[in-house]
Design a protein around this ligand. Structure first.
Ligand SMILES: Nc1ncnc2c1ncn2[C@@H]1O[C@H](COP(=O)(O)OP(=O)(O)OP(=O)(O)O)[C@@H](O)[C@H]1O
Ligand SMILES: [Mg+2]
Length: 256
């Protein structure tokens, strides 16, 4: 496995609206790693991604991505935000939604349209959605919409992919389709993946490590090292029980 650290957070503290969200968070992620980001609602998982995107600034500490500070519009980073279920009556075509990946809401500024069309179709093909290129996105299923958002995130040919809950509301079959898709694209393009999820189980076969965030703190390591009663109880500063059975992991007491 490649061992070069491309993302590092050192002693990050983050306070938003007078609330401490993250306290003394340090972690580093190597090139090509597939990381799952776990933790209860409101723990700061999405916030961590936003720090990497330069959307939030830490109150103190240092963040480095490829040796530089985070900055908005970093083409090295592809991002699929949380809760992007596309409205049922949304008339935009799939190809239009993917095209936002190049220029946000600015339609194609700076990109010759032929080149843009080619990039969009390549990304659609990569997520096996080319046949839906002209379909209205509102008509697509949740899993198909997630694939579009991943295609959108891939458009700038990023080296890092930040996916915020791409498995939310998908059944296990469709979740597995997304996971395998992301894994194979990441491997082919040597992309480092940070994927936020509430259930680590479908990902256990593909991830290298997990980042667990709870109670303003974080822990990073292999699932078997981090998702244990001992480590999580320490992280939460309250008793947490982890049950491991048949190769699956269940965290009990997390909602406290
Ligand atoms: N701009 C902001 N101003 C104030 N508080 C914020 C802001 N952004 C996020 N927060 C707070 O930070 C905390 C962490 O939010 P975040 O969205 O990162 O949680 P999360 O772990 O992604 O949760 P979920 O699983 O529900 O998506 C929450 O309590 C949220 O209300
Ligand atoms: Mg979130």
């Amino acid at each position: 496995m490649p061992e070069e650290s491309i993302i590092s957070l050192k002693n990050i503290n983050l306070t938003l609206s007078n609330r401490v969200i993250l306290k003394d968070v340090s972690l580093s992620i190597n090139e090509g790693e597939f990381i799952a980001i776990l933790g209860p609602n409101g723990a700061g998982k999405s916030t961590l991604l936003k720090l990497l995107l330069g959307l939030y600034k830490p109150s103190s500490g240092m963040i480095s991505i490829f040796g530089s500070s985070p900055k908005r519009g970093n083409k090295f980073i592809g991002y699929a935000p949380q809760h992007r279920t596309l409205e049922a009556d949304m008339a935009l075509r799939a190809r239009d939604v993917v095209g936002f990946g190049l220029d946000g809401t600015h339609w194609g500024i700076g990109f010759p349209s032929k080149h843009k069309t080619k990039l969009i179709e390549k990304a659609l093909d990569e997520v096996d959605m080319l046949r839906y290129a002209n379909s209205p996105v509102g008509k697509l299923s949740g899993g198909e919409q997630q694939r579009l958002l991943i295609a959108q995130a891939l458009l700038t040919n990023p080296k890092i992919l930040l996916l915020d809950e791409p498995l939310a509301s998908l059944d296990i079959t469709h979740a597995n389709t997304i996971i395998n898709l992301v894994k194979s694209i990441a491997k082919k393009r040597n992309i480092t993946v940070l994927l936020v999820t509430h259930d680590v189980n479908p990902l256990l076969a593909v991830i290298d490590r997990v980042v667990y965030i709870a109670n303003t703190h974080s822990a990073i390591g292999k699932p078997s090292e981090i998702i244990t009663s001992e480590v999580l109880s320490k992280l939460y500063a309250s008793p947490i029980e982890v049950i491991q059975t048949k190769g699956r992991m269940f965290v009990i007491g997390e909602e406290l």
